[in-house]
Design a protein around this ligand. Structure first.
Ligand SMILES: Cc1ncc(COP(=O)(O)O)c(C=O)c1O
Length: 407
């Protein structure tokens, strides 16, 4: 008799099968019709999308759409090949030139997703005699990049410079010559908090470590020209590698890494997640290139952060237990237990608001989160609607903390 390879998933399947059926099941939701960057038909009803990571609303930008359509018509639906074989078109090179200009750096490499960018860059840069030092709350793609490589992985406490210093001191004591790569994120995706990059980069440099910052949730969102948290915090000259994605503020799909390292182009010869996969389709390349040209516009960023502040402040004043402060476009309500979080999610979808249900192990400290990611394309009216529905469902579930009424 063959051994059932799926047996190990029985406990997960049991939990999954206990979820509410029909429209209240967060894992079976589908967008029946997309109406705009902020609205869709879900369960037959017009719904406000409050959890898309579409920070600048670029998915329907007319210039991006036109560029994508033109490329689709002239270059076809896909490249059917790797970047190192038939999959490098002039447009891929132009996208890399646009990234270089955007970041004002010498080198840029485009990957097929941000996940693959982290997987590839981290697993390739650090070898068996090296160390990769990561924040405990790092994204799965960073953990997987470490798992795929041969270096020793060391974690430090989330956003804790003193703990990073201790970890690096210990590594240096045992191996003064070791190569070390410290991996940070500009903004952490679940709770939207920024890394204290000034302190973390100063400490890393003090131990002669290289630094990579993943700006997935901060490119287009922070910095004078939208280059992210490294630009906003004035540490671009301290950082060796920036990884980013086109799947959030850029409004399409794809990933990249930029750097001034003189040997950076070697990655094209040795980085397996770059080599052994097909390159991005021309339409995606064209819309990403156009979006990168547009996102320096600071009005979008101002609107986005105003929207975020309005939602975060409104939820906090209503008495929700907030995990976020409004400093980034992410607003997350902490809910005590998983069943309550699932019920909350179901209540919101029935009221016409889609948010992300974020559960352990994807969350820091095993938190159950109702996570919103705002867009510059949300109107204040839509945010008022979200607030009204959050308060109505929160009241039904009895999870609003009592607010002392000031006279
Ligand atoms: C911090 C971080 N890095 C990388 C990624 C991967 O991005 P992509 O969607 O392009 O694979 C994500 C996506 O959620 C992310 O949040």
């Amino acid at each position: 008799m063959t051994i059932d390879l799926f047996k190990k998933f029985d406990p997960i399947l049991r939990d999954y099968n206990n979820l509410p059926a029909g429209e209240a099941n967060p894992f079976t939701v589908s967008m029946e019709k997309i109406l705009s960057p902020t609205t869709a038909i879900i369960n037959g009803r017009e719904t406000i999308l409050a959890g898309t990571n579409n920070y600048l609303g670029m998915t329907f930008n007319p210039e991006c759409l036109a560029a994508a359509q033109e490329a689709l018509n002239h270059e076809g639906t896909g490249t059917t090949g790797s970047r190192v074989l038939n999959g490098t078109y002039n447009s891929h090179k132009q996208l890399e030139e646009t990234l270089k200009k955007f970041y004002d750096v010498r080198h840029a490499i485009v990957f097929s997703t941000g996940y693959q960018a982290n997987l590839g860059v981290i697993s390739t840069l650090v070898g068996s005699r090296d160390y990769v030092v990561i924040d405990a709350d790092s994204h799965a793609s960073i953990y997987d990049g470490c798992a795929m490589g041969n270096a020793t992985t060391v974690r430090f406490k989330h956003n804790d410079p003193e703990n990073l210093d201790r970890r690096l001191t210990r590594i240096r004591k045992s191996d003064p010559e070791a190569g070390i790569l410290v991996v940070l994120e500009g903004v952490y995706s679940m709770l939207g908090d920024q890394a204290p990059l000034k302190e973390l980069t100063r400490i890393s440099r003090g131990h002669n470590a290289c630094i990579l910052v993943d700006e997935a949730h901060s490119v287009g969102v922070f910095g004078e020209s939208g280059r992210g948290a490294t630009q906003a915090q004035g540490v671009e000259d301290q950082v060796d590698f920036i990884v980013g994605t086109f799947s959030k503020s850029i409004g399409t799909i794809g990933g990249y890494c930029v750097s001034n390292h003189p040997k950076f182009e070697a990655l094209r010869l040795v980085c397996r997640p770059y080599i052994f996969t097909a390159s991005l389709p021309p339409s995606v390349v064209a819309s990403a290139t156009k979006a990168l040209e547009l996102i320096s516009n600071s009005n979008l960023r101002r609107k986005l952060l105003n929207n975020s502040l309005k939602l975060n402040t409104g939820l906090d004043h209503a008495g929700f237990n907030m995990g976020t402060t409004g400093e980034s476009p992410i607003a997350a309500i902490i809910v005590d237990d998983q069943d309550m979080a699932i019920a909350f999610w179901g209540g919101m979808i029935r009221e016409g608001v889609y948010v992300n249900l974020a559960l352990p192990p994807a969350t820091p400290n095993r938190l159950n989160l109702m996570r919103c990611s705002l867009s510059a394309a949300h109107s204040f009216e839509q945010i008022d609607f979200m607030l009204e529905k959050f308060i109505a469902v929160g009241n039904q579930l009895g999870i609003l903390r009592k607010i002392a009424k000031l006279a």
